[in-house]
Design a protein around this ligand. Structure first.
Ligand code: S3P
Length: 752
């Protein structure tokens, strides 16, 4: 890179400690500036910095460093900031950026305002979340920021141009840049960094003061070492940080002290349930750390989640498999188990992100839940009125079912709550539940257009009232939402559906001993009853089995057995439709388990033919159409789908996204307002398909590869983990030639 192309001509780094020195070194190493000049009170550090190659030039004074620099980085101890800013101000060039690297941001903002009289649009506070218990220029490391996060807290009037350049500088050092407000930064850091440091300092100090301190330290093993590593951090720096982030730190210390006290009481009182609840909640939170973080608003970029499927064409599908547990039933098992009296054991629970989000939400509301371990979950029910207010928003990931069912449940609680989700969930319609809940007396705010987040203002002074609701759309989620609210409402709540939809809520309520009346298309509950714990055996999800039903049908020479598949009559549309198309699906060993029909399915390849899909099958196969579109493409003759406008508001617009994906593979379709027309027998070519982060789109195109003539690449597949963890492994095992790229991360997310 010639110096003309460098991001900055001259960067002044004021303060050559660990962070300043590492940044200076990283800028030099990555060729991001023409010249890096250092200023520091300690002459010997400057000389060392120069000899180590961390800086190009030594400035005798701050003024000398700042003059002629187009970027000035303040990396001095927080407490020295104001004095140094005073030295910088008269020399800062008109177009130069001023940034810092301090751990607290409101203090820096105050200092800037005091010195400059205003917050200039090119002053951009920053904080690299990287460090080490080591300090000083000797510990400087030009790779310190690689794969770390840097938070920038730009003022509202920030100059975009300058912000982009500063962002590019940090990215050039290997960091991921996030932006957030100053106040939010300080709250987050007080909790995630400052409090742990305080506890580490305090714990080591306490133990060092105990009489047996020698023994304690001698016998202290890994746990103590891991936990207290940060107590070796720079005392002066940390003293500055605590004093400058005083208010946020005090808040989080109070919170922690309160919770610690609760644990003390639980131990004193031999209260095992509280201990179990707190520990299992913490264990799960720690295990899902990265996912939970990626759901928080301050993460601006989700690129860590990029998973691409690459499929080689052809193959035969054989074997004997069991797909993961039913998503709908998994959600409901946790919900009803949590509200029941007693302990509910669940087998076959789907360990996908959607149902795990539901599980975590109940932990956040004080329910002790053990597992999941290989599909086994034990829920210590708290009873209908035992939920506690969650501390923050409940994040439901990709799950529309989660959000709609929680809306009903939480509308009836005596506390306020907020439901949020990922980008896909955040644009899905929620008025379909908010409106009828409001007519029961619930107070719910949505974002514009009835979109999430949902702010639910439950209150102990107001009870819901039962209503009768004629659903305008056939939706099991809406029905279930209202029935759950109805458990708490005065009087009766009844819901009439325009067409049959999945009835897992009604069946499972009955299993938990709660009476649900059915009169034709109407389901009815009386409020005020209770649920009694039970055992639940979740069958394999027919929606996940569907991909393999289609795969084995379209791939010549296939013969596959799918075990223990849920065969609820409100879910078997996919089998009915495939059989009508000529599929060879044998239903074996039909049985009933825990109030739900289950069977093994044997599917062999068959010549499929196009059909007009009967509209009454649409709600019964609502999640399976992406896979069915692939079957239709491989059939002979025309398949026509009508009455399926609901597909447009699923995790993606499944009509358009499937049509676009098929078009990318050379298959022409005709999209209509409420369906699609697919002429079968067209060649599926190789190509690149956008899944729009929709798990079922991704898996459907993976299946299409069996009849393709070239390689298929499918992007944005991380969300497959929402409903089908282990899909890639299982698909491979049956004979689909699939590889997942970005797989290290995919494995973390359960895509495997
Ligand atoms: C579900 C109901 C369906 C379905 C979803 C799960 C449920 O949604 O698409 O995947 O568990 O109740 P609608 O009720 O909105 O049709």
């Amino acid at each position: 890179m010639s110096s003309g192309e460098r991001l900055f001509q001259r960067v002044a780094v004021i303060g050559l400690g660990l962070i300043g020195g590492s940044l200076a070194g990283a800028i030099r190493k990555n060729g991001l500036a023409g010249e890096v000049v250092g200023a520091d009170q300690r002459k010997e550090d400057l000389l060392l910095g120069q000899s180590l190659g961390v800086i190009d030039t030594i400035a005798e004074t701050v003024a000398e460093a700042v003059q002629g620099s187009d970027l000035v980085v303040l990396a001095v101890p927080v407490k020295a900031t104001r004095k140094v800013l005073e030295e910088i101000r008269p020399h800062l060039a008109a177009g130069a950026i001023l940034t810092d690297v301090g751990s607290t941001k409101s203090g820096f903002v105050k200092d800037v305002e005091a010195v400059f009289g205003e917050f200039l649009p090119r002053i951009i506070p920053g904080h690299p979340i990287a460090g080490s218990e080591r300090s000083g220029i000797r510990a400087a490391n030009p790779n310190l920021f690689a794969n770390h996060k840097v938070i920038l807290t730009p003022p509202e009037n920030v100059s975009r141009f300058h912000l982009d350049r500063l962002r590019a500088l940090w990215e050039g050092c290997g960091a991921t840049v996030l932006t957030m407000s100053v106040a939010y930064h300080d709250e987050v850091l007080a909790a995630t960094s400052h409090l742990p440091h305080l506890i580490a300092f305090s714990l080591v100090d306490t133990l060092a003061g105990e009489d047996e301190n020698m023994d304690i330290f001698r016998y202290a093993a890994g746990g103590f070492r891991d936990f207290t590593r940060i107590a070796a951090s720079d005392p002066v720096m940390w003293h500055d940080i605590f004093l400058s982030n005083r208010d946020a730190v005090l808040r989080v210390i109070d919170h922690f002290t309160h919770d610690l006290d609760q644990l003390r009481t639980a131990i004193a009182d031999q209260d095992g349930a509280t201990l179990l609840s707190v520990f299992s909640r913490a264990k799960a939170a720690r295990e899902h750390f990265s996912k939970m973080l990626s759901g928080q608003a301050y993460v601006t970029k989700n690129s860590e989640n990029q998973v691409t499927f690459r499929l080689q064409p052809g193959g035969t599908v054989t074997g004997d498999i069991r797909v993961p547990g039913d998503k709908s039933m998994s959600h409901r098992s946790i919900m009803l188990g949590a509200l029941a009296e007693g302990v509910t054991d669940v087998k076959g629970f789907l360990e996908g992100e959607d149902s795990l989000a539901t599980l975590q939400a109940f932990r956040d509301m004080g329910v002790a839940i053990e597992g999941p371990t290989e599909g086994f979950v034990r829920i210590h029910g708290v009873g209908m009125h035992g939920l506690q207010a969650p501390r923050g928003p409940i994040y439901l990931g990709n799950s529309g079912t989660g959000m709609r069912l929680f809306a009903g449940l939480l509308a009836a609680q005596p506390f306020e709550s907020e439901l949020t989700g990922d980008a896909s969930l955040s644009v899905r319609p929620m008025n379909r539940v908010a409106d009828p809940l409001r007519s029961m007396g619930a107070v719910i705010d949505t974002a514009e257009g009835g979109r999430p987040p949902l702010k639910i203002r439950g209150s102990k002074d107001k009870k819901l009232t039962g209503i009768h609701y004629d659903m305008p759309v056939a939706s099991a989620q809406v029905k279930s939402c209202l029935l759950l609210a109805g458990l708490y409402a005065e009087g009766t709540t009844s819901v009439t559906e325009p067409a049959p939809t999945r009835d897992h809520t009604e069946r499972m309520l009955t299993g938990f001993g709660y009476k649900v009346e059915r009169h034709g298309p109407t389901a009815k509950v009386h409020g005020g009853g209770k649920l009694t714990a039970t055992a639940i055996d979740v069958p394999a999800d027919i929606s996940s089995a569907a991909f393999f039903l289609v795969a084995a049908s379209i791939a010549p020479g296939s013969d596959l057995v799918l075990r223990h598949v849920g065969m609820n009559p409100t879910r078997v549309g996919v089998i009915n439709i495939l059989q009508q198309m000529g599929a060879n699906i044998e239903v074996m060993d039909e049985r009933e388990i825990g109030g739900e029909p289950v069977a093994d399915l044997r599917v062999r390849s068959a010549e499929l033919k196009g059909i007009d899909i009967p509209e009454d099958q649409v709600p019964l196969a609502i999640d399976e159409f992406p896979a069915l579109f692939i079957a239709a493409t491989c059939a002979t003759g025309r398949t026509v789908l009508t009455g399926a406008e609901e597909l447009r508001v699923k995790e993606s617009d499944r009509i358009q996204v499937m049509a676009d994906g098929l078009a990318a593979l050379g298959v022409v379709t005709t999209v209509t307002a409420d369906g699609i027309v697919i002429e079968g027998g067209q060649t599926i070519k190789g190509g690149s398909v956008h899944s729009h982060g929709d798990h079922r789109i991704a898996m459907s195109f993976a299946v299409a590869s069996l009849r393709a003539t070239g390689e298929i690449e499918i992007d944005d597949c991380a969300n497959v983990a929402t409903s089908f963890p282990g899909f890639v492994e299982l698909a491979k095992k049956t004979g689909i030639n699939i590889a997942a790229e970005g797989a290290a991360r995919a494995a973390e997310q359960g895509v495997h």
